[in-house]
Design a protein. Structure first.
Length: 251
């Protein structure tokens, strides 16, 4: 999904850089993303703020506490902090939580539709020393908007390259995210260097490729203290119909 202001900007840049011949290739793989970056150390003075690392604020009488046993808390997002949520198909209120297993090979996503006064702080066990999550920092998250373009080495980029427009396309690089600053994001692109992420999601989670979209992405970063293998990225995919019905059980 591309917000109207971003669509207008993209059209302007396509015209400016003489990319009209590959405009449809670019547009079909360009998305508005919500960038989440550090807003400074979290001192836990507020319940229900957007946070990376540390301890989560979970619902009182939380129904999924047993499911996160042995897992690591990655981040939580307060949707009411995001003025663009409805325009991007996200909930307008409530909390989204993402936890990972200790090997960063799978993740669990939970959604709570209530308000911050229905939350309590949940202490997570300390991660194992000298392990993937042992250096993770805890900080407040701030949100901003960005544009996700077709990924370099991804299938759409190869189409652009094969059409002879790689040099002009590189002029759009200014729109690319600064991954050293952005630690995670909501929504955004559905492809990477290994291909269309929706294909893998449909294979594992059912349905067809077009049913799926990106819900969240977590980036390895020295700044966040989370470095997964060779700077790997974690992706959470969700079916459109599940997002519309606020069902986060099959992410």
């Amino acid at each position: 999904m591309l917000l109207e202001a971003h669509a207008e900007l993209l059209n302007s840049l396509i015209a400016q850089h003489d990319l009209s011949a590959v405009a449809e290739i670019i547009k079909r793989a360009t998305y508005t993303r919500v960038e989440l970056s550090s807003a400074g150390e979290d001192t836990y003075t507020t319940l229900g703020n957007s946070r990376f690392g540390g301890d989560p604020d979970v619902p009182k009488d939380c129904p999924w506490l047993d499911k996160i046993e042995g897992m690591v808390f990655i981040f939580q997002v307060c949707f009411s902090d995001l003025p663009w949520s409805a325009s991007l198909g996200l909930p307008e209120s409530g909390m989204l939580y993402v936890f990972s297993d200790e090997d960063a090979e799978s993740a669990s996503t939970f959604y709570f539709p209530g308000s911050p006064d229905e939350l309590i702080r949940h202490r997570m066990p300390a991660p194992e020393p000298d392990y993937i999550f042992s250096e993770m920092k805890c900080f407040r998250l701030k949100a901003s908007l960005g544009i996700d373009l077709p990924y370099y080495s991804g299938p759409e980029y190869r189409e652009i390259e094969d059409a002879g427009f790689a040099e002009q396309y590189e002029m759009l690089e200014s729109l690319a995210p600064e991954f050293n600053q952005v630690v995670c994001q909501l929504v955004g692109r559905c492809s990477e260097s290994n291909g269309d992420l929706r294909e893998k999601a449909a294979e594992d989670g059912g349905g067809v490729t077009r049913d799926w979209r990106s819900l969240w992405t977590i980036f390895s970063s020295h700044g966040s203290g989370l470095v997964i293998s060779d700077f790997h990225v974690l992706h959470g995919m969700i079916k459109d119909q599940d997002l519309q019905s606020r069902d986060f059980t099959n992410v």
